[in-house]
Design a protein around this ligand. Structure first.
Ligand SMILES: *Cc1c(COP(=O)(O)O)cnc(C)c1O
Length: 356
């Protein structure tokens, strides 16, 4: 071979399939329900906070993200040394696998779950260990604990689980943590935590405070509506947070992203009213679907899951014809985000017609 060759694992990295943009249909508003984005436009104050950063785009961002760390520390009552910010929580997950795994080390996670997991694991030349979710889309935490070997370095727990919807209960997670050896890092991915409405929910922050091997990752992309700016944060015991910061991309979180995140933390109440609206819409959609005979799993994120098997692409096409773009996983099912009221109405209609 006389050309530069990437490491062998690079060829093993599965592609990330992004949600498609809506199909343009003359005379019809189309909706993108394929990426679990927040359908609300930014709050006015957030847009203004970003303007100053726009005018300073010739300068590098604050490398230490000092003001953002302080705002997070204040908001969540977490010491700054326990925090790490990054370009979205996907960035944090890559960094965690990179910082804790040697090539060949095992990373255990549920499947199907977030599609960035196998990508991050393969990029680090680590070995993915996929533990099937139960028939109702839940993490099988007993099976995940049993899948831990002496090669395991990291376990990823996605709660609520993208794309199937259910969240892990606190008692379940505590029982799981009691079984996992202390040297295994447990990542609690709470990308959708703000949408959870259940008895005995996991509180990632409370959990990491009680365990030396737990890190919680969260994002500004979903409930906070900043997906386009790429900012997420992790909270963990100081040594884990320090490892995360050590492998972080210098100047990764842009000036505008820092400003938007700080302004959004200041407007949490207003943002969480919107989250409540989406949660109400979610209940309406789930009721509508169940009323039409669909057996959708418990939806604790801002999306619903349809198990469709061979009919997955037909369902996606039917939705597309009605002006809504969903996220198909060929041969498995479709994930559909909770969006604008009109979009949600159309989803229920399409799903009802599809069943007939
Ligand atoms: C959307 C999502 C993320 C966050 O992605 P960002 O990189 O912060 O935009 C993390 N985990 C899961 C499970 C997600 O669905």
């Amino acid at each position: 071979m006389n050309s530069p060759q990437p490491r062998a694992n690079v060829a093993e990295i599965p592609p990330y399939v992004a949600g498609k943009p809506p199909t343009v249909r003359p005379g019809m508003t189309s909706y993108k329900l394929s990426s679990n984005e927040n359908p609300f436009p930014p709050l006015p104050g957030v847009v203004e906070a970003v303007q100053a950063g726009v005018a300073a785009m010739n300068r590098y961002p604050d490398m230490g993200s000092v003001a953002l760390y302080e705002a997070l520390a204040r908001t969540f009552d977490v010491p700054v040394e326990h925090l790490s910010v990054a370009t979205g929580s996907v960035g944090l997950i890559y960094q965690l696998v990179q910082a804790f795994c040697d090539p060949g080390d095992e990373v255990v996670f549920a499947w199907r779950s977030f599609e960035a997991y196998p990508i991050a694991v393969a990029a680090a030349a680590a070995t993915p260990v996929k533990v099937p979710v139960t028939s109702d889309g839940r993490h099988d935490l007993d099976a995940m604990a049993a899948a831990v070997t002496d090669r395991t370095k990291v376990v990823l727990v996605c709660t609520p689980n993208n794309p199937t919807g259910p969240a892990v209960a606190r008692a379940e997670l505590d029982a799981f943590l009691a079984k996992v050896p202390a040297h295994v890092l447990v990542v609690v991915d709470e990308a959708y935590v703000e949408f959870v409405r259940m008895d005995d929910p996991v509180d990632g922050l409370a959990t990491y405070r009680r365990h030396d091997n737990v890190v919680v990752t969260r994002t500004f992309s979903k409930a906070y509506g900043l997906a386009g700016f790429r900012v997420g944060y992790a909270a963990a015991p100081a040594p884990i947070a320090a490892a995360l910061r050590a492998v972080s991309l210098p100047f990764g979180v842009s000036t505008v992203a820092q400003a938007a995140a700080i302004a959004s933390l200041e407007r949490r109440e207003e943002l969480f009213e919107r989250v409540d609206t989406l949660v109400t819409e979610r209940a309406r959609v789930v009721d509508g679907l169940r009323g039409a005979g669909w057996d959708v799993p418990e939806a604790q994120g801002n999306f619903v899951w349809f198990e469709l098997g061979e009919r997955t692409l037909d369902f996606a096409a039917a939705a597309d014809d009605a002006g809504i773009v969903v996220r198909p996983f060929a041969g498995e099912g479709c994930r559909v985000s909770i969006g604008e009221t009109e979009a949600n109405d159309r989803l229920v209609e399409v799903a009802r017609a599809f069943r007939r």
